[in-house]
Design a protein around this ligand. Structure first.
Ligand code: UGA
Length: 435
């Protein structure tokens, strides 16, 4: 089996490397020459645990290669995956599909022999059909099938999610296409992974339904956390109490400053648009989008209030800037709302993130960037935990106390125990737990 992976962004690179680990010959393609040059030198443009080793070992074994030459990569490939970006279009939440259709056209020109063209990027319902039309229009004689195969990878654990997924969803409508996909995913059949074959539209919608459901679940527990604070209940126990019900499930019930990242914010907006355009509005998801946007701003207000209502002359130490741990991704991170709001309110912000500093510097101005957690809190009035990196879970609290002006911590990820913090003499604020 030989495949071409068009686009070496997050999804393309992880999927390409993982397929090559399955024994498939993979050629990754990108228009960005400098990116391909870096990959050829073994440099990985994103931070994802384990990815560098996977890329290097498969490249050395000759199963994984990189090129800017799309035509060469597509020629003779059994399947071509489209894994290019689908950013939110300006003015409204529609996904911008111009890169997807441009790739489809180029693939059509280069295909020889029967080829399965797979959309791996998250694309709105109907995109697969349109890709089919574009290819047919460009190459009326071509022998091909279009397949939808959405990814369910989480940043930070993407390789494990690919190798041991809960399920694989494949929208393939011919036996021939299904057979190619079955062969590609053969190692997963061996570990009895549920593989769901559907129509193109169903597969495309399943991806959005999964992400928007998870975004709604997080938003539910965030609102429940606010209610817990008002009535003196503990949101962690509430989450446990409901999560043990198999119909609800334990995961994704952790409250925090609001969801961020490259997927949930973009996909919730895109599905809201699709639903409106289709005349079947998803009012729950519209509300989720609204609540989550407001929540990030409310978190800044919460910090200001914790600091006595004014930030003039105050210094805040922020630990964690990325939208979650084990990534350097800053896209739609809560820090992008919270940090500027604190600076606007007059605060000096000293910040540290284990992997996200370079990215953060591109997005957040006016911040004093520090080279470690303790350096950030030196002389600060309060310490704020924005991202639950492991190294922030076991700070030396005696040292923290000696560095801060007063022992005060806002823990927006609930990684410390309120009682322990009180015993240590901290003024401590968390999310949805009694103090
Ligand atoms: C998400 C999905 O989890 C993946 O299944 C999907 O493939 C991916 O989007 C995608 O569409 O590509 P990801 O964005 O990497 O993955 O990150 P998550 O771990 O899902 O976290 C998203 C956001 O939700 C983060 O800001 C995180 O802090 C927040 N979150 C998550 C919570 O606030 N509480 C939770 O209980 C879980």
């Amino acid at each position: 089996m030989r495949i071409a992976m068009i686009g070496t962004g997050y999804v393309g690179l992880v999927s390409g490397a993982c397929f090559s680990e399955f024994g498939v010959e993979v050629v990754c393609v990108d228009k960005d020459e400098s990116k391909i040059e870096r990959l050829l030198r073994g440099e990985i443009p994103i931070y994802e645990p384990g990815l560098d080793k996977l890329v290097t070992s498969n490249a050395e074994a000759g199963r994984l290669s990189f090129t800017t030459d799309l035509k060469e990569a597509v020629k003779g490939a059994d399947a071509v995956f489209i894994a290019v970006g689908t950013p939110t279009r300006r003015g409204g939440g529609h996904a911008d599909l111009s890169y997807v259709y441009a790739a489809a056209r180029e693939i059509a020109e280069a295909m020889d022999g029967y080829t399965v063209v797979v959309t791996k990027s998250t694309v709105p319902v109907g995109t697969g059909r349109e890709v089919e039309r574009v290819i047919r229009e460009t190459r009326p004689d071509a022998e091909f099938d279009v397949v939808s195969n959405p990814e369910f990878l989480r940043e930070g654990s993407a390789i494990n999610d690919f190798m041991r997924p809960d399920r694989v969803v494949i929208g393939a409508e011919t036996d021939r296409a299904r057979e190619v996909m079955r062969t590609l995913y053969r190692p997963l059949f061996l570990i009895e992974t549920p593989i769901l074959f559907t129509s193109l539209e169903t597969s495309e919608l399943t991806k959005y339904a999964a992400n928007t459901f998870l975004a709604a679940k997080i938003t539910f527990i965030n609102e429940m956390a606010d209610l817990c604070e008002k009535v003196g209940a503990d949101v962690h126990d509430v989450a446990k109490g409901i999560g043990l019900d198999g119909r609800i499930g334990k995961k994704f019930l952790h409250p925090g400053p609001g969801y961020g990242g490259s997927c949930f914010p973009k996909d919730t907006l895109a599905l809201v648009q699709t639903a409106r355009d289709s005349g079947a509005p998803l009012r729950i998801i519209e509300t989720v989008v609204d609540i989550n946007a407001k929540r990030k701003r409310q978190m800044a207000d919460r910090i200001v209030e914790f600091c006595g209502g004014s930030m003039q002359g105050k210094t805040v130490a922020i630990l964690g800037l990325t939208f979650k741990p084990n990534t350097d991704d800053m896209r739609d991170s809560p820090s992008l709302d919270i940090v500027p709001a604190l600076i606007d309110a007059g605060a000096t912000v000293r910040a540290y993130d284990p992997e996200g500093m370079d990215e953060a510097k591109k997005h957040l101005d006016g911040v004093v960037y520090c080279s470690g957690a303790y350096e950030a809190m030196d002389g600060a009035d309060a310490l704020v935990i924005l991202t639950e990196w492991n190294e922030f879970r076991s700070l030396n609290l005696t040292r923290v106390k000696s560095l801060l002006k007063e022992p005060a911590m806002v823990d927006l990820r609930n990684i410390y125990d309120p009682k322990q913090m009180a015993d240590q003499g901290f003024r401590y604020q968390c999310v949805g737990r009694p103090l």
